[in-house]
Design a protein around this ligand. Structure first.
Ligand SMILES: Nc1ncnc2c1ncn2[C@@H]1O[C@H](COP(=O)(O)OP(=O)(O)OP(=O)(O)O)[C@@H](O)[C@H]1O
Ligand SMILES: [Mg+2]
Length: 368
């Protein structure tokens, strides 16, 4: 089903939410296709929860419009605000909100309290959904006897039993320990794909966003910085903020010397005279200031003097950390320091002069 729908099922059009003079959400637009898993990702305070709550109907928006399946649900210009209980959205929060005095089945049954179903139909739906999340055997257990991961699955079952149009998640895994969180990411993804649930997910954890999402929206200060697939955002960050926020990137101030086809030649401020070839995501003009961005794994170290056609920055080793799976080298280049990943077998002593060889297709000139 994924990708079949071209028109957005959920349409968010230039929404704004002001708290006094504070613009918590400032012109956010996106559309979510049926069956898609879309994630709002960004640092604390960037407006993720506010956007999600506005979509759920818990917040009135100051401007813009939200529509579901072609019907406006929030449209302040036309005095439209459908209350949350009429939007048919399911929600899963960070705090599981699982009731301790109820059994697993009773907790899930709560998700159906607004629907008029026969007892048999209700029980059947509950069993079916608990089987999906792997909790059928725990049906009659008090919810307090469940682990954190199991409680989170009850919360998920309660949200999906009602067959919502869209499932909204706000940091649902952040209370779980690291190992369980990793396992639950994969499980969430599997369930979502299996059930074809249209999902809007909020997290500040970029790794989580990469694992679960079809597409990711990177937000900062109430604005969208980039929308794309996880690999788009990782490989082709739109700007310095995204390059820095997603994974690790080396960021050096630079100036564009010239363009040649798809390649851009830049000179960094820390090493004038050294010409670096790189790619670009947006339009950058000769003479303009840019940020040269490359990831530690997209460069290699060499102790041999560079040949003329190599794409290098020269410096000396200023640090080395053993990360277990690889070595994390620090190389001083003028007054800057960059990180370069190397296999454990690469042993270069501190202070040794080296060249950092940049992959010209994976180093980017980003508009600053
Ligand atoms: N009810 C409120 N009154 C005033 N300001 C608010 C209110 N709710 C949120 N804000 C502010 O709006 C901004 C966005 O908050 P929001 O909760 O959406 O951030 P977030 O991206 O979800 O962050 P986190 O990752 O910490 O959960 C923040 O600066 C926050 O302080
Ligand atoms: Mg939040």
């Amino acid at each position: 089903m994924r990708g079949a729908e071209t028109k957005g099922f959920l349409e968010v059009d230039r929404i704004e939410k002001n708290y006094g003079a504070m613009k918590a959400v400032d012109g956010v637009s996106f559309s979510l296709a049926k069956g898609e898993f879309l994630t709002l990702l960004g640092p604390s305070g960037c407006g993720k929860t506010t956007s999600l709550r506005a979509i759920a109907g818990f917040e009135t928006i100051s401007g813009g419009k939200i529509s579901i399946d072609g019907q406006p649900v929030s449209d302040p210009a036309n005095k439209v605000h459908l209350p949350p209980e009429h939007r048919q959205f399911g929600m899963v929060f960070q705090s599981y909100a699982v009731w301790p005095h109820m059994s697993v089945a009773e907790n899930v049954a709560y998700g159906l309290h607004n629907l008029k179903l026969s007892r048999a139909e209700r029980d059947q739906r509950i069993r079916r959904v608990l089987a999906k999340v792997g909790l059928e055997a725990q049906l009659d257990r008090p919810a307090t006897m469940l682990s954190g991961g199991q409680q989170q699955r009850v919360a998920l079952a309660r949200a999906i039993v009602y067959e919502p149009k869209v499932l909204l998640f706000d940091e649902p895994l952040s209370n779980l320990d690291a190992k369980l969180r990793e396992a639950m990411r994969l499980e969430l993804r599997r369930l979502q794909a299996e059930l074809g649930i249209t999902s809007l997910y909020v997290t500040h954890d970029q790794e989580e966003a990469m694992v679960v999402s079809d597409r990711v929206i990177v937000m900062q200060g109430g604005h969208i910085q980039q929308i794309g697939s996880p690999s788009d955002i990782y490989d082709r960050p739109a700007n310095r903020f995204v390059a820095d926020f997603i994974g690790s990137s080396n960021l050096l101030e630079a100036k564009v010397l010239r363009r040649q086809g798809n390649a851009v030649f830049v000179e960094t401020a820390v090493l004038p005279g050294a010409e670096i070839a790189c790619a670009t995501v947006g339009a950058v003009e000769p003479g303009s200031n840019v940020t040269l961005s490359f990831r530690p794994e997209h460069a290699t170290l060499s102790v041999e003097p560079a040949s003329r056609d190599q794409n290098v920055l020269s410096g000396h080793v200023s640090g080395r950390i053993n990360m277990g799976s690889h070595l994390d080298y620090r190389v001083a280049i003028g007054r800057a320091e960059v990180r370069v990943s190397a296999p454990r077998s690469v042993e270069i002593p501190l202070s040794q002069n080296v060249v950092v060889v940049l992959d010209r297709d994976r180093s980017l000139a980003l508009a600053s």
